[in-house]
Design a protein around this ligand. Structure first.
Ligand code: IMP
Length: 441
């Protein structure tokens, strides 16, 4: 068997950990960058010099000339979004030719009704009409149609895959059935629903198919052939472990397997082929959307973290909820995803605070204390964080380039993370630029 030299980059919290920056750095040493889950709900920011690139569907590796980017079968693809992103990159001089951007013929298509249904369900849940108490039960989705698209994948009869767009007759026959089903479903939701027009959809999706056809292929064979040739693959997780549909804070999660567990199913590459799993975490915690967040800070410190960390969503622009580092959550995610090293991101944001807190256990309603994460929203809502306090570091650390450049208190904070999680911190990020990174041997 060929030696496995493949790497995965996975978020260990509730997303937005800074995976884009690490993928961008690692992409240099890999030949392929592969997305395996999620869709345009993800937002990966890459900063190169004065330029800032926000990517949603196209893997961050696209910034490296000559590298191949693959959107695997586990991703849900909005064709309009992928074309928009591709064309915006091309305008800025980046090569996004079909040779460089490969899309799985088995990736499911996000259709207009998925976005309509996503928004309709969220509206229904947020207005309190769904329950006698009038409570808001919305998930706070990105409204990109992610959940409804994955639901159709499981339902099967009403799903469309990218490969279906490449054959006009086949597309027309699929769309006829699916549009009928979707119009009926939407009418049940909203009696004023304007039915989707089959003819217009046929024309639109045939055109999108023509445009994307050169990029679409069987990416499972593509990846296996690449591995057989000795090429190195880098798997880029979207969203993050605590948003994993099976292992996250259900139901306040996204609809895919975002941990490294999603790689085999979402790409066709067996898990044993992946040697290194880099768990990406912020030096603190953030969350967008609803759901339990035991260490959330609804105070000055939370606001300070939000402003210093520019904690506003790449995809939706929403302000992110901010809080202390939850080590219970990180240890759980590292275990689940098989992290072989940690990358601690946005460490510079914590500079200037007198003291830093880290959550090392939860106290439950019955008074008991646990060090286990509770991957269920209802149970986690009842958890109170138990904190350990560590000294803060006053000085800015954005110029640090080696571990020894960091103040003693900052090094102690990293050491505590390593001790608690049981995984070494291999990378520390002290600013958004590629160069503002401490790599430990
Ligand atoms: P959906 O993925 O749009 O269905 O949203 C479900 C939940 O996951 C919401 O709370 C979103 O805010 C959250 N979410 C989805 N993708 C990301 C991400 O990339 N970063 C952070 N949160 C995300």
């Amino acid at each position: 068997m060929t030696e496995s030299r493949h790497t995965a980059v996975v978020g260990l919290q509730w997303g937005d950990e800074g995976k884009g920056k690490i993928v961008d750095i690692l992409a240099r040493d890999h030949d392929y960058t592969v997305r395996y889950n999620g869709g345009a709900n993800a937002g990966h920011t890459v900063v190169i010099g004065a330029e800032r690139y926000a990517l949603h569907l196209i893997p961050s590796g696209i910034m490296h000339p000559g590298k191949v980017c693959v959107v695997g079968n586990g991703v849900v693809v909005d064709p309009h979004q992928v074309i928009k992103e591709r064309d915006a990159l091309v305008t800025r001089g980046i090569d996004v030719s079909p040779r460089r951007l490969r899309l799985s013929d088995r990736a499911h298509v996000v259709m207009p009704w998925h976005k309509t249904l996503d928004a309709a369900l969220e509206n229904l849940l947020s207005t309190g009409q769904s329950n006698a108490a009038g409570a808001d039960h919305s998930i706070g989705t990105t409204r990109r149609g992610i959940g409804p698209a994955y639901a159709d994948k499981i339902t099967r009869a009403s799903a469309l895959r990218l490969g279906d767009l490449c054959d006009r007759d086949h597309l027309a026959s699929r769309l006829e059935v699916i549009t009928h089903i979707k119009n009926a479903q939407l009418l049940a939701f909203d009696p004023d629903h304007q039915p989707f027009d089959l003819e217009a959809l046929n024309a639109e999706y045939a055109r999108l198919g023509d445009e994307l056809r050169p990029h679409i292929c069987d990416t499972t064979y593509l990846l296996h052939e690449a591995m057989a040739e000795g090429k190195r693959l880098l798997f880029e997780g979207a969203n993050a472990c605590l948003l994993d549909v099976d292992h996250g804070t259900f139901p306040y999660v996204t609809s895919s397997n975002c941990s490294a567990l999603g790689i085999p199913a979402g790409t066709g590459v067996p898990g044993r082929n992946i040697r290194e799993v880099i768990g990406i975490m912020k030096a603190y915690t953030t969350r967008v959307g609803a759901g339990p967040f035991p260490t959330e800070l609804k105070n000055e410190i939370g606001n300070r973290i939000r402003e210093r960390g520019r904690e506003y969503g790449t995809t939706t622009g929403r302000p992110r909820r901010c809080g202390w580092l939850d080590l219970v959550a990180v240890r759980y995610s590292a275990m689940l995803t098989g992290a072989t090293q940690l990358a601690v991101m946005l460490f510079d944001v914590l500079a200037g605070l007198d003291e830093l807190r880290v959550c090392t256990a939860y106290r439950l309603r019955d008074g008991s204390v646990t060090q286990r994460f509770l991957p269920d929203a209802h149970r986690l809502e009842a958890a109170e964080p138990v904190y350990e306090t560590l000294p803060g570091f006053g000085a800015e650390i954005t110029a640090a380039r080696s571990h020894d450049d960091l103040p003693r208190e900052a090094r102690a904070y990293l050491k505590r993370i390593e001790e608690y999680v049981g995984v070494k911190v291999g990378i520390v990020s002290v600013g958004p630029e590629r160069g503002q990174t401490v790599v430990r041997g």
